[in-house]
Design a protein around this ligand. Structure first.
Ligand SMILES: *Cc1c(COP(=O)(O)O)cnc(C)c1O
Length: 494
């Protein structure tokens, strides 16, 4: 199977090349030329399989440079007991009649980014071998909080790689910051940036396109690579858990084979929900994908009207990992729905020039036909956390609570009571102060004391990786002006 760029489908790449390169030189994103279909009866068969077996099978359909056996050995390590606190890796918890929460935060950093970033290092290092690359890969990450830590944990001490993470100085939660600045490993670096996430992201993009820096690094034996969700190696492992959730629903007798489900996803960069759409295209019976946004509701407007317009105020919300105005992976959806690279190229040029584009009417209708949407502000998000904890004894994090609220709105409006998988993207213990205030607590303990405070307030235990943060030494206290980020890279790779 070949991979093509969303902006130029005449260039074809192997899966290993697509993963090594991350982003196409024309600025487009790689995606597979065709979408493999799950054979008849496969979902039923897979219901009896372990999570790593499901992962190896699904990924093998997309990666013909890899054998299923090879992928199974990666998946067993990536999702094994040393990394995940449950053998199911992505378990479902039923909350109410038709709602099944897909908990994607049982990995080492307690956010759903682990699902992909525990796998990506295996895919990337194997792809480097397969393409004959001999330089050391330096993974450069701009993070709004969760990606940075998950990437650090995925790549720490992985041979042939180094990783450097930039985070916005005041744009991440205290716990997220502590998780990053205490990161262990010999090949890791972490640096704050004076500015917001877009400043950090823009700085990283500038470094990627800096030819002089590229040559200097190459002379030192390095090349830059990305672990952001533009890399196909990030999207692919995410398709697995939607397939897996259907298998688990079947296995538990919650649905019958062929019965359609809905999927509701708290969305930022459109990577997670795109993976759900791929699962649908592969043949998982999915009726509607519900895209949930916080106050940064650029996607809600896009799905409703076909107009994408990033010229709007940027809000810092209680769900910071969704505070995004440019949803990169939307580009892949536009290619899937239009099938035309020149169409995507045109929209992306407009977006670059004016920050806005408007879909042709048929394309807008096709988006609306596949996706429902909704948004909610912090007030409603926190109210949902409090109410769901009281009524259902289930503790939602702020991102999942956005999706929960939007799902309730959707059901009230449409009376659609289809069995729904709701993606839960982070442990509530990553966002202690917001969750505590949702529960009516307004005075917060200092530092990691908030974790214990939330444990006491709820009678729930924090995941181990968070509970053990308190004794850890800070290793990285650097901070840079956004103009000086490339100097930080040069120093890191000297
Ligand atoms: C990254 C993230 C999201 C957004 O996921 P996308 O794939 O960017 O849409 C939502 N919630 C949490 C907790 C995240 O870390």
């Amino acid at each position: 199977m070949h991979y093509v760029s969303t902006r130029d489908a005449s260039l074809r790449f192997s899966s290993a090349q697509a993963i090594v390169q991350g982003l196409s030189r024309d600025g487009g994103l790689f995606l597979p030329e065709e979408i493999p279909a799950l054979p008849e009866g496969k979902l039923r068969e897979m219901a009896a399989w372990s999570y790593p077996q499901r992962a190896a099978y699904v990924m093998s359909l997309y990666l013909d440079d890899f054998t299923e056996q090879e992928l199974l050995s990666y998946a067993e390590k990536a999702y094994g007991p040393a990394k995940f606190d449950t053998p199911k890796a992505a378990p479902l918890t039923q909350v109410g009649q038709n709602t099944h929460i897909l908990e994607l935060w049982h990995g080492p950093t307690c956010a759903f980014k682990d699902m992909a970033l525990q796998m990506l290092p295996y895919l990337l290092t194997a792809s480097l071998r397969k393409t004959g690359e001999e330089k050391t890969a330096c993974i450069l990450v701009a993070t709004s909080g969760d990606t940075g830590k998950a990437a650090l944990e995925g790549f720490r001490d992985v041979d042939g790689t180094k990783i450097l993470v930039f985070y916005p100085k005041d744009g991440v939660s205290d716990i997220q910051k502590l998780q990053m600045v205490t990161q262990e490993g010999e090949n890791v670096g972490v640096c704050a940036v004076e500015g917001n996430f877009d400043d950090a992201q823009t700085g990283v993009k500038r470094i990627f396109s800096d030819e002089a820096l590229r040559e200097q690094l190459a002379a030192n034996g390095y090349f830059l690579s990305s672990a952001n969700s533009i890399n196909w190696g990030r999207v692919l492992p995410q398709i697995v858990y939607y397939v897996s959730s259907y298998c688990d629903l079947l296995d538990a007798g919650k649905i019958t084979m062929g019965e359609k489900i809905n999927i509701c996803v708290p969305t930022g960069n459109f990577g997670n929900i795109l993976a759900g759409y791929y699962a649908k295209l592969m043949g998982v019976p999915v009726k509607t994908l519900i895209c949930a946004s916080n106050a940064n509701n650029v996607l809600t407007e896009f799905i409703e009207t076909g107009v994408y317009d990033r010229n709007r105020p940027f809000y810092q919300t209680a769900s910071p990992s969704m505070d995004i105005l440019i949803s990169s992976n939307l580009e892949r959806l536009l290619y899937l729905l239009s099938g035309a690279d020149e169409t995507v190229r045109g929209y992306m040029q407009q977006l670059g020039r004016t920050g806005r584009y408007e879909l042709a009417p048929e394309l807008a209708a096709s988006v609306r036909g596949n996706f429902a949407c909704g948004c909610c502000d912090d007030t409603r998000t926190l109210a949902t956390i409090g109410r769901v904890f009281e009524e259902k004894q289930y503790l939602l994090d702020t991102h999942t609570a956005v999706a929960y609220t939007v799902l309730e709105d959707y059901r009230a409006k449409t009376h659609d009571d289809t069995v729904t998988v709701l993606a839960s993207t982070a442990s509530p213990f990553k966002f202690c102060t917001s969750v505590l205030s949702a529960l009516g607590v307004h005075e917060f303990a200092a530092g990691t004391g908030v974790i214990t405070q939330l444990e006491t307030a709820t009678g729930r235990s924090a995941p181990k990786p968070l509970a053990s943060l308190s004794g850890k030494a800070v290793r990285f206290d650097g901070c840079t002006a956004k103009e000086d980020m490339s100097a930080v890279v040069s120093a890191f790779l000297r």
